[in-house]
Design a binder for this molecule. Structure first.
Ligand code: PMT
Length: 360
């Protein structure tokens, strides 16, 4: 309860009605000894601020932390909901709307307000949503957070293999598929680590992103990060071969023909799936022919739990495109996802992965 809330209801009433202890102060001697506000924020699965006044929205949007509530908000890493309640004129003021927009951009989820008669006698928007409907919304969103607390490692984008200081071998991967999966996994409540090759995309802010360039760097980074992860998704188009040794100086144009010796890179997906405590491992198969045959071969040969196969080298879908279609295979099943935006497709794939992960 904030100081303003205490003007309306006493903590004792609140405690008696709710059956739970009430906290009001940032710096109480007992709580402070145990870093009370930090512990409280860590303990919560969800932070709901209801009613959220115009003053509270303004404070939170500017990062002020001068009481227990605003400090909790700054410390909280769980989903944060606000259920505003204020006079309709205050609600419509541009500054209130700007504060709200800023909070939403930082991931705060808005519930309400509703329109109706207000305590001051005005009629309009600003009434707090009914407590039961606030709870229902939070419960239904929590159910869609099917990977809450799970740790997911995702690779995305291409790799670059140096021929000399100015040239490299790469492929057409834009990273869009892997980044869409990272966003969908974050939305499903997962803690996401994204290992990305060089791309021109912005990673989801909630994902922990590690940038790499070569297949060897991607291998090393994945192996460092994979230990405590529950699910591994290999969406990167990793080079299968790398020049034997990158030349230290630019190769001069002299001979009519030249030969590059290429060495096989390490297969990251197969290496992860072969670990003693391997995470639930999902590979991709990028194919130009015999999609199902090659995908099933990769499922068995790399010993992964799931393979998402896509056509590449076609006009629609695959590399670079904003859209894609998938044929997903696992041990005793398969599922086709039709051509659609990679963002929606990623959501569907994450649901499929979560369903199989929870079954195994
Ligand atoms: O990035 P976009 O432009 O959005 O394009 C998306 C995509 C086409 C790149 C993506 O959907 C996709 O298919 N990614 C996998 C590309 C690929 O390398 O497929 P593959 O069939 O060659 O490899 C099979 C699997 O082994 C893949 O999961 C790959 O990440 C993995 N692999 C391959 C080689 C290697 N050295 N290490 C690996 O982990």
């Amino acid at each position: 309860m904030t100081q303003a809330a205490l003007q309306f209801v006493t903590p004792l009433t609140f405690q008696a009605l709710s059956g739970y202890p009430v906290q009001t102060d940032l710096l109480t001697p007992e709580a402070d000894y145990a870093m009370g506000h930090i512990e409280l924020a860590r303990w919560a699965d969800v932070l709901l601020i209801a009613p959220a006044t115009a003053n509270v929205l303004a404070k939170l949007s500017h990062g002020l932390a001068d009481d227990l509530l605003s400090t909790l908000y700054l410390v909280a890493e769980c989903p944060v909901y606000v259920a505003p309640a204020m006079n309709q004129a205050m609600w419509h003021k541009p500054v209130t709307q700007q504060n709200l927009k800023r909070l939403q951009q930082h991931g705060v989820i808005l519930i309400g307000p509703e329109s109706g008669e207000q305590a001051c006698g005005d009629i309009g928007f600003g009434r707090m949503s009914e407590p039961t409907s606030i709870c229902q919304q939070i419960m239904s969103e929590s159910c869609s957070r099917i990977l809450l607390g799970k740790k997911i490692l995702i690779t995305a984008g291409p790799t670059r293999e140096a021929i000399d200081p100015v040239r490299y071998i790469t492929n057409r991967s834009s990273g869009k598929m892997g980044y869409a999966l990272a966003a969908a996994a974050v939305a499903a409540g997962a803690e996401v680590t994204l290992v990305s090759g060089p791309v021109a995309l912005t990673a989801p802010p909630a994902a922990h992103t590690l940038n790499v360039e070569t297949a060897a760097q991607m291998y090393a980074t994945v192996m460092q990060q994979v230990q405590h992860c529950d699910i591994f998704i290999a969406a990167a188009a990793v080079a299968d071969y790398t020049p034997q040794e990158g030349q230290p100086s630019k190769i001069k144009k002299q001979a009519e023909q030249t030969t590059l010796i290429l060495l096989k890179t390490q297969d990251i997906l197969a290496a992860v799936a072969a670990l003693p405590n391997a995470p639930f491992s999902v590979g991709f198969a990028a194919e130009t022919d015999d999609l199902e045959k090659h995908a099933l071969d990769k499922l068995q040969r790399k010993r992964v739990n799931m393979i998402a196969a896509n056509w590449v080298g076609r006009e629609q879908g695959g590399f670079e495109s904003d859209q894609n279609a998938l044929q997903v295979f696992w041990k005793n099943g398969q599922h086709a996802i039709a051509m659609m935006d990679k963002a929606q497709l990623a959501e569907q794939l994450i649901h499929l992965i979560a369903a199989q992960f929870h079954k195994e």
